[in-house]
Design a protein around this ligand. Sequence first.
Ligand SMILES: [Fe+2]
Length: 272
Amino acid sequence: MIDKLNMKAQFFDIYNLFPTQPFKFSYSIEDTSLLTLSEVVKAAAELPRHLVEYSTLPFQVKELSYPDIVGLLSSTKSWIILRHLEHIPRYKSLMNQLLNKLMGSNIQLSNQYFNPASFIFVSSPNFVTPFHIDPEHNFLFQIIGEKQVLVNDASIDPIISSSEIEDYYADECGYSLDFRSDYLSRLIPMTLRSNEGVYIPFTFPHMVFNGNDISISYSLTFRTKMSEHHRKVHLVNRALRLLGFRPRKYEVSGISDSLKYQLFPLLNLINR
Ligand SMILES: [Fe+2]
């Protein structure tokens, strides 16, 4: 089944924005059978419980009939998230194939990534994913339905402050950011349909509005030396701030960032 998968690397010609700016791309996967709702429900039953999250839907979603699940998703504001699908071998194979395609594509993803992970998001018509940031490079593939992703290009016009990013890194479980209506004009809207996706760099704020149908999206994330450098320097800055210092913001001084990066293991030692 997986052998049939064929992701064409038809990225938009703005692919050279990777990894520092968001962009929309198109793709094709010949066989999306692992990404249908019925397969998602099957996978939910195979994953460890802590990797499956539901909202509104009953916990026993795997015991519901397929029409019941569709009915609930259609009539209530619900979502299902499957985390770390790569625990299931057939999804690990899918993830690796997509990573290979990305490496062979024009975006020039190198093999220097680590902690690759894959997720599926199923959500109700008109569902809104709140304004938030994520710590990893994120390729979001729209599989079924339509959604509008609004992303802040933080490389040009950052909405959130360094200290907010520091706080986020200190507790990556924190999900939503405060949203103000004046942010809207500083977000890039990208409408995604089947066979389209968006790349979102780590810690770039974004929110998502579903269209009028049930949406299924697949997300492929990974970390790199660059994202880890960003995370570690911010965490050292946070520690320095808590100690009463006023550290330079990230990227103001390469030397200072490099020193902080070297200091990071010390921080880990103190936190033990
Ligand atoms: Fe996200």
